[in-house]
Write a protein that binds this ligand. Structure first.
Ligand SMILES: [Zn+2]
Length: 279
């Protein structure tokens, strides 16, 4: 499912295409893709002009000229597709947003977990979008000290902690595995057993992996596309994710997949050795 880099790539696509355009008309083919009252969503957004797009974790936030917000979360299979010519409406089309100039932004979502919100002018987005409350800092805004403090007080495996959106916003299974490999940390290591140098390395690796992936256009899943339909190619260069049974790119040892707290984890047993605890 989309993680931070994929949502960031969708955001960059929207930033290139929509600011300055007004939403002329909205058609909700499946009104429950909107959180709250469907007609309020339509009335709130129609005739409004988009100013810019931000991202918080995996949420896309479109700021309107009138001060309101249009918030989108793609969840597992949601896609936003920018169409400049008429296209047949498929069975997974949930909503159609038509813009000045004749283009359409189409919300397609096979599993139907994706959601959109309208935040009226003058209200904080967290008042309306409850999932944004308590969300941790963006990886770029999370300091080494902050990460260190969190680890000191947690006995969970570091892999599990990295997936916790209240710790760091936007990391999912793929990039958590990748940055643990880059930092040479066994994913099952309890957080409080990590040394300060290990946490410094991990902090750098998180930023590095996310930036590499954004440059590669993200990871393409069955249901992730850029708003203009291109694919990402991060997985071609992934260190461990999706490579179980293949040789480690550094040492040649077979990459292993195992379950940690219910999630599959990929790693190299040689590059990510279990270490004696520091206690
Ligand atoms: Zn290795």
């Amino acid at each position: 499912l989309p993680e931070l880099p994929e949502v960031e790539i969708v955001r960059r696509g929207l930033v290139n295409l929509t600011p300055g355009l007004a939403i002329v008309k909205i058609e909700l083919l499946r009104p429950d893709c909107v959180a709250g009252e469907a007609q309020e969503f339509i009335n709130g957004l129609e005739q409004q002009t988009l100013h810019h797009w931000q991202r918080l974790g995996k949420y896309l936030l479109g700021k309107l000229d009138n001060g309101g917000w249009w918030v989108v979360h793609l969840r597992m299979t949601g896609q936003l597709l920018w169409l400049t010519t008429p296209q047949p409406v498929g069975k997974h089309t949930r909503a159609r947003m038509f813009f000045t100039g004749g283009s359409e932004l189409r919300f397609v979502d096979q599993r139907t977990f994706g959601r959109m919100w309208w935040v009226p002018p003058g209200q904080e987005v967290t008042q309306v979008v409850t999932g944004l409350r308590g969300m941790g800092p963006e990886p770029w805004d999370c300091s080494v000290q902050d990460l260190y403090q969190k680890c000191q007080h947690s006995q969970r495996p570091i892999k599990t902690a990295l997936l916790d959106q209240t710790w760091i916003a936007g990391l999912g299974n793929i990039y958590a595995d990748e940055c643990l490999f880059l930092s040479g940390i066994d994913p099952s290591t309890p957080c409080h057993d990590l040394s300060r140098p290990q946490i410094e390395t991990l902090h750098q690796a998180i930023i590095q992996v996310l930036e590499t992936s954004i440059q590669a256009g993200g990871t393409t899943f069955a249901h992730f596309r850029h708003v203009q339909g291109m694919n990402g190619h991060y997985l071609n260069q992934a260190w461990v994710y999706g490579r179980a049974g293949q040789p480690c790119r550094v040492c040649g040892t077979e990459i292993q997949r195992r379950k940690i707290a219910g999630r599959s984890s990929h790693g190299c047993p040689r590059c990510q050795p279990k270490r004696p605890t520091k206690h």
